[in-house]
Design a protein around this ligand. Sequence first.
Ligand code: ADP
Length: 394
Amino acid sequence: MSKTIAINAGSSSLKWQLYVMPEETVVAKGIVERIGLNDSIFTIKYGEDQKYETIVDIADHDVAVKMLLDQLIDLKILASYDEITGVGHRVVHGGEFYDRSVIIDDEVLKNIEDLAEFAPLHNPANAMGIKAFKHLLPEIISVAVFDTAFHATMPEVSYLYSLPREYYEDFKVRKYGFHGTSHQFVAQRAAEMLGKPIEETKIITCHLGNGASITAVDGGISVDTSMGFTPLAGVTMGTRAGDIDASTLPFLMEKLDLNINEMVDTLNKKSGLLGLSGISSDMRDLEANSDKPEVRVTLDIFADRIRKYIGSYVTVLNGVDAIVFTAGIGENDAAIREQIINGMSWFGCEIDPEQNAKRGEDTVISTPESKIKVFMIPTDEELVIARDVEALRS
Ligand code: ADP
């Protein structure tokens, strides 16, 4: 029996999930929040609804990982450090280096750190998590699972921007795409639900969480996706603007006396659902206030942008067998799913309200007559990480 830990390290947080492999059972999971700040919050959930929580100052990721492993031993979830046979790390940006998960050696770690230029908020934090585990478990295999890897198959026609070509050649400015593990996982499940080999399917996957992206998957391969050089592009998100006319930037910078970093920060953190509604970036808050006109239009814009991407990806794929909804909003918000699909009746796409009201499990939410199947499929990025560790370990 081996235990694999899947890690998602942020600049001040460390989310983890511990699996028994190859059974794929989750034995414990948790999060360390406010790392490097006062009153860090350390939580472990395990067993039947058991929870360990403590608030203590945790100076850095090394301290967080040591505390985590020691606490897992104290709680008898682990007998010793040796029980961990693999560590998998979510890494946001793999640039053009990686089209799949890889074992992390010095060169891989250096590439991840160098790619901070493309993902300044994420890659340095991911690297901190990697180093912390390497310090404590130097002999244990560690694997990087990249958000960008699934999209490495996109053709030039999708990934090149209509900019002078040398910007791509000299600086690698292109579309990379994100949420790859999630899109790949739900596309695979959707093919199973269609009862066809994935090679024979055309699937559009909608990962709708705080960040949101839509992907066109042809025969199991990502051929286009809505996020871009960074996760800022594409549909309206919790706090990100998604696609806008670049000329609004210099105009607003002058009007508001902002520098470029402040402007991009506004597009990343103060826009999207939050900026439009003036209330919240959290879809639950918006659904609770949907009678307010500014909230109603925010929800309408969210649905509209997603529907437009789906429509354009029907042409990219020249057909579609299934549309999949996943992640926090995609899995839980029946009203938004219905609104998106109801605008697509011309395609012969029809929601079954009773099926759409179901929660939790993989569900067909379209009617039996619907020409395009619509699925709700809970994503499981941590499981993909654990599986990739297991595959590279053997
Ligand atoms: P992250 O990108 O942070 O992983 P999640 O996938 O957890 O995000 O999605 C978070 C989003 O899901 C939030 O906007 C949240 O409001 C939304 N969400 C969660 N539960 C529900 C629900 N029951 N109804 C509507 N939206 C929900």
